[in-house]
Design a protein around this ligand. Structure first.
Ligand SMILES: [Ca+2]
Ligand SMILES: [Ca+2]
Ligand SMILES: [Ca+2]
Length: 336
């Protein structure tokens, strides 16, 4: 009996897991497709909480629009009513009392019969600006979370559909998301059943010049439990192409020859694959460092022997390869 009950619970969980999607998308200033990122720069080493390892910022030159379709985030179309929660982090140099400028959320719906938008490519346009949020708690130079559901910094939503009677760009008394999405659009149609065209984060064309605020860590949750996260990241620079980004690479200009050579300036390739360690140093980097440091041949041979012992102990090389290294170093002219 117990087995039957457990099986039933498991089947239910499995059914839920299949229905809901979960994915994280990493987006950098050079990401193709989803992102009109001409005016963003990477900010290495300064991520929002939970979205390592970096973030992006407006470059202070001109407007940025980042567009994401529901199809790319969830693998399917999504209605306004299906969006349960949205949150994202920003970091600017001032409070929003001192300056209202910040990355704003804009949601576009697909064109529909009876929409009143003067722009043909979308139906309705909905916005939320951080500075209008209820219960502002927004210290300067700190990552602040803006969300549809938080007790502080809860976003208020307005409809700014171009050409629609009554369209606005927001007030301090606009409704929160859970109310807004159940209301009637300016077209007279219910918002909840409309299909979303884009989730978008933008800076303003009027004020983007001079704005260098950061953004990171978007989370969108649907009513079926599906979650899409967008992790904004600086572009990874890996100058020596060893897979370890420059900022973490202890040997940023690695010697990446295919096989290790302990024979100094004389050709003497071993059978050892010149692998890279977690710190971005190849075995050859370590050998080269020993050769550079050795005051005499004995020091070089001793250093290579120690290295060979470590590599053998770590399982990186075989016993025979350890011998290749030690005898190769002994035959070399390094240090002489
Ligand atoms: Ca990030
Ligand atoms: Ca590297
Ligand atoms: Ca390296």
């Amino acid at each position: 009996m117990k087995t039957t009950v457990s099986h039933g619970v498991f089947a239910l969980m499995l059914a839920t897991a299949v229905a809901a999607s979960a994915a994280t998308f990493t987006v950098s200033p050079t990401s193709p497709g989803v992102f009109d990122s001409n005016n963003t720069v990477g900010v290495p080493g300064d991520p929002a909480p939970g979205f390592p390892i970096s973030s992006i910022a407006s470059n202070g030159v001109a407007k940025t629009d980042a567009y994401f379709t529901p199809e790319s985030l969830f693998g399917r179309s999504v209605t306004v009513g299906e969006v349960a929660q949205i949150s994202y982090w920003t970091k600017t140099g001032t409070t929003h009392t001192a300056s209202p400028y910040d990355w704003a959320l804009t949601i576009y719906t697909k064109p529909y019969a009876g929409d009143v938008s003067s722009a043909s490519w979308y139906g309705d346009r909905y916005g939320a600006e951080p500075y209008f949020s209820s219960n502002l708690s927004d210290p300067a130079n700190t990552w602040n979370l803006w969300s549809t559901n938080g007790t502080s910094n809860q976003l208020r939503f307005f409809e700014s559909t171009a050409g629609a009677p009554g369209a606005s760009f927001g007030t301090y008394t606009d409704p929160n998301w859970s109310t807004f999405k159940t209301q009637t659009a300016l077209s007279g149609q219910p918002r909840a059943s409309e299909q979303i065209l884009f989730f978008s984060w933008q800076t303003g064309s009027d004020w983007a010049a001079g704005f260098k605020g950061q953004i990171d860590g978007v989370t969108i949750t649907l009513t079926d439990g599906s979650v899409a996260k967008i992790n904004f990241e600086a572009d990874v620079v890996d100058a020596d192409g060893d897979g370890i980004p420059d900022e973490f690479d202890h040997c940023p200009n690695s010697d990446t020859r295919p096989k290790v050579d302990v024979n100094g300036t004389e050709a003497g390739q071993t059978t050892i694959a010149n692998t890279v360690d977690d710190e971005g140093c190849t075995i050859q980097d370590l050998v080269n460092a020993l050769a550079a440091k050795a005051k005499n041949h004995g020091q070089y041979v001793s250093g290579v022997t120690n290295l060979a012992n470590q590599l053998k102990a770590a399982g990186t090389i075989t016993n025979a390869q350890k011998t290749e290294m030690t005898t190769g170093a002994a035959k070399s002219k390094s240090g002489k």
